[in-house]
Design a protein around this ligand. Structure first.
Ligand code: LMR
Length: 410
């Protein structure tokens, strides 16, 4: 009875990691999955994380492996909302924010998709073209219909802003727009603050629901508040008639990749106190039901690490420093790669590598060039031409530039 089951190809992103692992060429470089590496190419345990772990382990009275509440570790959910919305907005609107812990960003998107499919199943989900490879699969797995809005102009390597705006204006009223909060994956190109204002005003005008995917806060600029600009603007301007949904991951900015730490937040519409007092517990209970029926209660260890960092001023400040360490090293590598390509007189323009932000550069290399980079030079990146700049370091950037130069010329 299983004979008819179709075998699917390996996951596009994790397939790269697998092929890279099996490659025994000494010069190999991994620019595939978005995971931070230090200047020696190794995973980096953030000093804030190391200190938090020591603190957790040394507290014998509370160090255990008990279940967390269904909605998550309070130190995490409370701290996560502050990271995202900032202290001022949280204090002002705490009665309208509902937060549950999730299995990182993917789990938060999954909760969002389940919630939307239960209560708003007729709504279309608008994804940027292009977007993170998993977005479409997560929403469609819950029976939701996805479509795209224009985003990246490959010819000019810029934002298709007017077309993006037009998509918002012409979508059926009340559609769901999935927006990358910052450091757009895969393009590394974000709207400017002025463009965000126009986009969010249009979303408000047509009563659409904004769903922010915040997976790289701190990676675009090194500053949490700058990178939360769109979410906070959304919170101020939207959530009047419609709720806003935010999916938050701590995989990248705390280096919690495998620990799966994240949160899902709903900001309720700005209604009367009496209405909010009824709606909030109802929404909370529905989210708790989703979590309980799928994972019972969320994983504890990574949540304790992030919760400990966020509840301790010294550790929080260390974390801010750690994010600057990561974002500034990536920026240095962007400059090094661009300069190396310019020195080599590699055909094409390469300033976009420096202008893009976050972990990725959408290099503009074709799928054929990417294939040759992997096969002939052991440089691994995504077929779309997305390169994780975090995989570059002083020891391999010249090698990568020479490999790119070769595939561009031949
Ligand atoms: C990526 O885009 O490389 C990361 O978000 C890893 C993933 O889960 O796909």
């Amino acid at each position: 009875i299983l004979n008819e089951i179709e075998q699917l190809p390996a996951d596009a992103l994790f397939g790269i990691k697998q092929r890279y692992g099996q490659d025994d060429r000494a010069t190999k470089v991994d620019l595939g999955i978005g995971a931070y590496r230090d200047n020696t190419g190794k995973p980096w345990l953030l000093p804030a994380v190391r200190a938090a772990e020591q603190k957790i382990h040394s507290d014998v009275a509370t160090y255990n492996h008990e279940y967390l509440p269904i909605t998550g570790l309070p130190a995490l959910t409370k701290g996560a909302a502050q990271v995202l919305f900032g202290e001022e907005l949280v204090n002002e609107h705490s009665d309208r924010i509902v937060t549950v812990q999730s299995i990182s960003g993917t789990g938060a998107l999954h909760i969002a998709a389940k919630f939307l499919s239960k209560f708003f199943s007729s709504k279309k989900i608008y994804l940027s073209d292009p977007t993170w490879a998993n977005h479409k699969a997560i929403f469609e797995a819950q029976g939701l219909t996805t479509t795209t809005y224009p985003y990246w102009n490959a010819a000019t390597k810029s934002l298709r802003f007017q077309e993006f705006l037009h998509a918002i204006e012409t979508a059926p009223e009340g559609s769901v727009f999935v927006l990358h909060a910052c450091a757009h994956n895969p393009t590394g190109l974000d709207p400017t603050e002025e463009q965000w204002t126009e986009l969010i005003d249009a979303i408000a005008k047509y009563d659409h629901i904004a769903l922010f995917d915040s997976a790289y806060q701190g990676f675009a600029s090194g500053s949490l508040s700058k990178d939360a600009y769109a979410v906070r603007l959304g919170m101020k301007k939207l959530a009047l008639a419609s709720p806003i949904l935010v999916c938050q991951s701590f995989a990248k900015n705390v280096g919690m990749y495998g620990e799966r730490v994240g949160c899902f937040h709903i900001v309720l519409p700005n209604q009367s106190e009496e209405t909010t007092a009824v709606v909030k517990p109802a929404v909370q209970s529905q989210l708790a039901k989703i979590v309980r029926s799928e994972v019972s209660n969320p994983p504890a260890y990574g949540a304790k690490i992030v919760g400990t960092i966020l509840a301790d001023d010294v550790l929080t400040n260390q974390w801010y420093t750690d994010m600057i360490t990561m974002s500034s090293r990536i920026q240095t590598m962007r400059v090094s790669l661009r300069n190396a390509l310019i020195n080599l007189k590699t055909p094409g323009t390469w300033d976009h590598i420096v202008e893009q932000c976050g972990m990725f550069s959408f290099t503009g290399l074709s799928p054929e060039m990417v294939k040759r980079l992997e096969e002939e030079h052991a440089v691994y990146m995504v077929g779309s031409g997305r390169a994780s700049i975090a995989g570059l370091n002083e020891g391999n950037v010249e090698y990568v530039a020479n490999a790119i130069d070769e595939v561009v010329r031949h």
